[in-house]
Design a protein around this ligand. Structure first.
Ligand code: FES
Length: 107
């Protein structure tokens, strides 16, 4: 199990014990974290799982992938350099403690 922290725009924080191998979107939805909708089920086709990776963690998660993920992020609001689609972040041991900040709203 890997601990993932989801932090709402208002500072409310949710810490989730996520299974390795699932996506950060799936872990959030499974544990009822508000603000990550995951409407497309993780196919990088809806951008309702937009998150900001805490800057301390961007080296571990990497930036948004060229192609599908970056294109889909164009549909999200307030995209920043550390924006990712949570469905494209796979939980693994080396992400233990990862902090993901949620946008004010999904589009
Ligand atoms: Fe649809 Fe991530 S769940 S883009």
């Amino acid at each position: 199990m890997t601990q993932i922290r989801y932090i709402e725009a208002n500072g409310t924080e949710y810490t989730v014990e996520a299974e390795n191998g699932v996506s950060a979107m799936e872990a959030a939805v499974k544990h009822g974290v508000p603000g990550i909708d995951g409407d497309c089920g993780g196919a990088a086709a809806c951008a309702t799982c937009h998150v900001y990776v805490d800057t301390d963690w961007i080296a571990k998660t990497g930036p948004a992938a060229e192609g599908l993920e970056k294109s889909m992020l164009e549909f999200a609001e307030d995209v920043q350099e550390n924006s990712r689609l949570a469905c494209q972040i796979t939980i693994a041991d080396d992400l233990d403690g990862l902090a993901l900040r949620l946008p004010e709203k999904q589009h």
